[in-house]
Each structure stands twice: as C-alpha cells, then as structure tokens.
Design a protein around this ligand. Structure first.
Ligand code: ATP
Ligand code: MG
Length: 276
C-alpha cells in the first residue's frame, strides 16, 4: 500500500503537542514583512480558519507551513517535531497536504489520473502519464487507482472520473484538486480559498465535503477563505491576519463581535447571523 509513512520523516510523536503549532513565525521578502511573530495552533478534529484582507499574509502562512517559503524567525512543529526548513515533499510525506489558491490540476489528464498524481510530488506536464506508469508499476498502480476511485466517489466525481479535467467546470476542477490533496492520506489539510469563484451550489457541496473530511475522516483542516458565511458556519476557531500579524483569534462568535476585526476587515460586510 502506498500509505505515507510519517515516522520515516518525523521519528517522534509527542502525544500532548498540538497537531500543528506555529510559534512566533516571521517571514520577510526584502523590505516586505509578510508575517510578523505569528502564533497559531491546530488541535485534533479542528477546522481552523485564517481570514484577513488581501495581502495580509494568509497564503504566505500556508506556504510557510507547507515548506514553500522559509520563515527567518520562529518555529513550526507538526506532531511536536519541527518542520521549519524542510522541503515541501518531506512535509507532505509527514502528513500535510494542501490545495492551492486558484486551479492546480493537469488539465489534459482525467479526474482519476489527477487524483492519483496526489502521490507523485514531481510529476510534470506531458510526462505525467509515463511518470505514473514508471512510478507505480502495475500492483502499486492498482492499489493507487482503487484509492483514487474511492476519493472520486466520496467527492461525487464518479460520473466524470474518466473525463479530462479540462472538460469540467471550475467548481469540479477545484474539487479534483481537493481529491489530489486527499490522495496523500494527509493527517492535516490546508486549503487556500477553496470557495473562490464558485457558485452557491458548488460552495454548499464543498462545505459538505470539508465537514465530512474533518468529521468522518478525522483530518483537521486549516482553511483560508474570504467568504464569511462559509467561515462562520464551518470554523471551530478563527485567526485574523492583518499586515502579517495576528490581529485576533477566537470562536466565530468572538471574532464577529471583535471591534478591531470589524474595523480592519469585516466592516459592514458581515454581521452575526449572515453575510450582507
Ligand atoms: N514570493 C513573494 N515574493 C515577494 N513578496 C511576496 C511573495 N509572496 C507574498 N509576498 C508579499 O507578502 C504579502 C502577503 O501576501 P499573501 O499572498 O500572503 O497575502 P494574502 O493574505 O494571501 O492575500 P490574498 O487574500 O489577496 O490572497 C504581500 O505584500 C505580498 O506582496
Ligand atoms: Mg492568498
């Protein structure tokens, strides 16, 4: 089976540590401070939302967690072990999967092939098909395909499983990207603006899948999202980033009534009980 072996990368597990712990992380790009002393943690079974204005540092934070950016200060631990400075493929192998802001699928490959590529960290463009064959061979490919079929069914992609992704609408393509992340069998999932560009029905579907991923599959989720109805409905706790700093954190009820958050971000666009 292709199940990821986190123990190969992170030998010790500290049972009382949060699953993910961000300890005073700062990230600079030249003179731009993208993140300043960010503190954040995620416990088992939590869906934690990260919100804030454009340019607040939300994607930079996810990129830092996933090893795409390397913060200059602070530490990030996964199951109590530092992952700071580790390469993205090693962090993925340790159990952290992510979806990207925008579309991140190989459009000429089928739904199933894209989901299978969730385990192929280095797959590229037209080489992807031969890559799949050489990487997984026959027995592994059968097991991987079965898992991909299971994920496609879970995400209601069964009817389009053999269609090239380029023939699908935006919402379904985003769902394929989620399937690709789930193919890693992650222990924590990061999603960057999963609802962006979706219509109401697609958002409802995706919200249901995220709830199921957390509740049935027991995978905690960090979600960056601008749609406040979705955030307030789904999140157990929320962190608000502003100019790279954590402006506030708390339950949806606490965040909705926090005057600093209302001034910096929510304004009149969201009031308790529904989005305007
Ligand atoms: N690779 C990079 N090189 C230089 N500056 C960067 C890089 N990535 C992010 N930044 C800067 O860091 C800051 C935070 O950007 P980031 O993309 O993290 O914001 P965001 O909260 O995700 O915004 P949005 O809601 O628009 O997606 C911005 O000033 C951005 O220009
Ligand atoms: Mg972003």
């Amino acid at each position: 089976m292709y199940r990821q072996e986190a123990s190969a990368t992170l030998p010790q597990v500290h049972p009382r540590a949060p699953i993910l712990d961000v300890k005073g992380v700062s990230l600079r790009f030249g003179g731009v401070r993208a993140l300043s002393d960010v503190l954040l943690h995620v416990d088992q079974d939590e869906l934690v939302a990260v919100i804030g204005p454009n340019g607040a540092g939300k994607t930079s934070l996810l990129n830092s967690l996933a090893g795409f950016y390397h913060p200059q200060d602070g530490d990030i631990t996964l199951f109590g072990n530092s992952i700071l400075g580790m390469a993205p493929h090693r962090i993925a192998k340790a159990g952290m999967a992510r979806t990207f802001q925008g579309i991140h699928v190989l459009s000429t490959l089928s739904v199933i092939e894209n989901i299978m590529l969730g385990c192929g960290f280095n797959a590229r463009g037209t080489l992807a098909k031969s890559f799949l064959y050489h990487l997984f061979g026959s027995r592994e490919e059968v097991a991987l395909r079965a898992k991909a079929e299971e994920i496609a069914d879970f995400l209601d992609l069964g009817l389009v499983r053999h269609q090239p992704v380029e023939t699908l609408g935006y919402g379904l393509r985003k769902r394929v990207d989620l399937g690709r992340a789930l193919a890693l069998e992650p222990k924590i999932l990061l999603v960057d603006e999963p609802m962006a560009g979706m219509n109401g029905e697609e958002k409802e579907d995706l919200a249901r899948f995220l709830v199921d991923i957390r509740e049935l599959w027991k995978i905690p989720i960090v979600m960056v999202e601008h749609d406040m109805s979705v955030v307030m409905d789904l999140a157990d706790r929320i962190y608000v980033l502003n100019f790279g700093q954590v402006l506030a954190s708390g339950t949806p009820a606490e965040i909705q009534t926090n005057q600093d958050v209302i001034n910096a971000y929510l304004g009149g666009s969201y009031t308790a009980g529904g989005a305007a």
